[in-house]
Design a protein around this ligand. Structure first.
Ligand code: PGA
Length: 226
């Protein structure tokens, strides 16, 4: 199982240091855990979990005001990235830019958690699968280090996860197109993680708000495994 935490625009470097130490002490080597802190909170220590970047610009370095490139990721030994999160798509990251990010991360041999997800409007008009198919049509589905996170926009940050049946349908559908690991994200918490992780094609979860405290995220992992 994969357990990924997207800390979004939360935690400073000093608070993330405490978070990382606490989680690192509790985790077992066998857990596959990714933590995505804000870029300014990256740490140089080695942890049991993998530290990843929520965002980057597909460049080595250069005249890209406000962005970070490969050399900045390398300084912190970052080898995992999130791409396609709906909160970045809503800031105008379009399909061609997401593809540029994907292709760049692929050439670096990074773990890529590629996020896809439909709006409630798309779901209600029964277009979900067509929509998601287009979103995954943009990337190399055979890339060995690809992980796809299905995150319906209507569920993110609402404290209500999508229906298990709907998640199941989408994950089964995605499985027909790729052997990549498949995650679910969108209001995963201590109450629903076990049932979500038990779905046939679910290889893990991407957690936002419920992972902001290290002990709570660790408890979720224990619940999912127990
Ligand atoms: P959430 O966020 O768990 O707070 O819904 C998940 C995400 O956006 O990745």
């Amino acid at each position: 199982m994969i357990f990924a935490a997207n800390l979004k625009c939360n935690h400073t470097r000093s608070s993330f240091e405490l978070y990382a130490q606490e989680l690192n002490q509790k985790l077992n080597q066998e857990d596959e855990v990714f933590i995505f802190p804000p870029n300014v909170a990256f740490l140089k220590n080695n942890f049991i979990f993998q530290q990843g970047a929520q965002n980057f610009y597909p460049c080595e370095n250069g005249a890209y005001t406000g962005e970070i490139g490969r050399i900045h990721l390398e300084e912190f030994n970052i080898k995992s990235v999130l791409i396609g999160h709906s909160e970045r798509r809503s800031l105008n990251e379009d399909e061609s830019f997401l593809k540029a990010k994907f292709d760049f991360a692929k050439t670096l041999d990074f773990n890529i958690i590629y996020c896809i997800g439909e709006s409630l409007e798309t779901k209600n008009s029964k277009q979900s699968l067509d929509f998601l198919k287009k979103q995954i049509g943009n990337i190399d589905l055979t890339y060995e280090k690809l992980i796809i996170a299905y995150e319906p926009i209507y569920s993110i940050g609402t404290r209500v996860s999508a229906d298990l049946d709907d998640i199941n349908t989408v994950l089964d559908f995605l499985r027909q197109s790729t052997q990549a690991k498949l995650l679910y994200g969108g209001s995963v918490n201590q109450n629903n993680i076990k049932a979500i992780c038990a779905l046939k094609n679910c290889d893990g979860v991407l957690v936002g708000s419920a992972a902001l405290k290290a002990d709570e995220f660790f408890n979720m992992i224990q619940i999912a495994k127990g």
